[in-house]
Design a protein around this ligand. Structure first.
Ligand SMILES: Nc1ncnc2c1ncn2[C@@H]1O[C@H](COP(=O)(O)OP(=O)(O)OP(=O)(O)O)[C@@H](O)[C@H]1O
Ligand SMILES: [Mg+2]
Length: 129
């Protein structure tokens, strides 16, 4: 990565728009801003809803890395009992679509495990920027 930016947010649903603004401002005119905003929105929402980041005093981190050909959006959470996984949404009316959306629009994505949490990341191509 040529440059990396990181910001911590309180683990509250109302902070998800703040995370979107952070990413949109960083990517303005130098990256795929719409896809990046969608990805950080889904990842930050998952951190708050599905991990200890959403408990009292919790937090999540947003990391944006710029490479020559790609932008990596990563959200670090505080972990817990659940594990990120793609859902089978056949016949399901709502829910379980966030990671599927990310898998569809990202070049690649994945999960890293840390001693006290996890991060979920997604890479977007910077071609044509
Ligand atoms: N950061 C995470 N840590 C632990 N588990 C996670 C994390 N993100 C997602 N998960 C698990 O993976 C499942 C699928 O996540 P996904 O975002 O696709 O769906 P959802 O959050 O349940 O619904 P939606 O995003 O459509 O509102 C979640 O239901 C949750 O159990
Ligand atoms: Mg989700």
């Amino acid at each position: 990565m040529r440059a990396k930016w990181c910001r911590a947010f309180p683990g509250l649903a109302e902070q998800v728009p703040q995370a979107r603004h952070f990413v949109a401002a960083l990517l303005a005119e130098q990256g795929p801003v719409d896809d990046a905003v969608l990805i950080v929105s889904e990842l930050a929402t998952n951190a708050v809803r599905h991990t200890l980041s959403g408990s009292a005093g919790g937090w999540f981190l947003v990391v944006v890395g710029f490479g020559d050909d790609l932008v990596r959006i990563e959200v670090v959470d505080q972990g817990g009992d659940r594990v990120p996984h793609l859902c089978d949404v056949t016949g399901q009316e709502e829910g379980g679509r966030g990671l599927l959306l990310i898998a569809a629009c990202a070049k690649d994505w994945g999960v890293k495990n840390w001693p006290d949490g996890r991060s979920v990341w997604a890479d977007l191509a910077r071609e044509g920027m």
